[in-house]
Unconditional design. Structure first.
Length: 213
């Protein structure tokens, strides 16, 4: 049951909300004006990006992108997408104050006033570098396992082919290329051996090709 106090105060007071945002240290949470300039800064943003509030407020948020991303217009593209669609999400490299980079998962949400006018954007960023490195290591292990399995299968195929070739050459009379006087049974065996060799060549070519992404 909802109390009368809750009905009288359905919205969290602004100062309490500010305290809540400032207490979050695992996420960078800050506000941008509609043109992309920083207007607020929380403790998580300082911890992740390295800037104090007085160093970054008033700066354009492209400050946190790599030079290549800025050259390609990525910050402006994300800002435009958020303003047009109400939200924009992105994952990629970001730059700290000390110049080091981290892999970020970021969301940009439009904030509107009571009349529906855009007054700013909320920006939330999380450092997921460790998660990305773990995923890359897992991909590398999978690639090594695939390579090992491929080499094992290749060894089995070539070993089987060598055994079949030895049997063809030394285990059957008249083995080798069938001549005019070759008996039909020997000619058929030779044909089957050549067909098996062709299938093995195809299998080897498949095994040696890189895995599809």
């Amino acid at each position: 049951m909802v109390s009368a106090d809750c009905l009288d105060h359905p919205v969290m007071p602004a100062h309490r909300y500010e305290q809540l945002v400032q207490s979050v240290v695992d996420y960078a949470i800050y506000m941008l004006d509609p043109s992309g300039h920083v207007v607020s800064w929380n403790a998580g943003a300082q911890r992740i990006k390295g800037y104090r509030a007085d160093e970054v407020i008033g700066q354009h948020f492209s400050l946190f992108f790599t030079p290549q991303d800025c050259t390609e217009g990525r910050p402006e593209r994300l800002l435009r997408q958020a303003l047009e669609q109400g939200v924009a999400q992105d994952e990629g490299w970001r730059v700290r104050k000390d110049g080091t980079q981290f892999w970020a998962l970021a969301a940009l949400d439009v904030i509107r006033d009571d009349h529906g006018q855009v007054v700013g954007l909320a920006k939330v960023t999380r450092d997921i570098t460790d998660r990305r490195e773990s995923a890359l290591q897992l991909d590398a292990v999978r690639a090594q396992l695939f390579q090992a399995q491929k080499l094992e299968a290749l060894g089995q195929l070539t070993g089987g082919l060598a055994h079949a070739d030895h049997h063809h050459q030394f285990g059957a009379p008249g083995a080798g290329h069938p001549g005019p006087g070759t008996r039909p049974a020997h000619a058929a065996a030779h044909s089957r051996c050549r067909a098996a060799g062709h299938r093995t060549d195809q299998a080897v070519a498949q095994l040696c090709s890189p895995p599809q992404a």
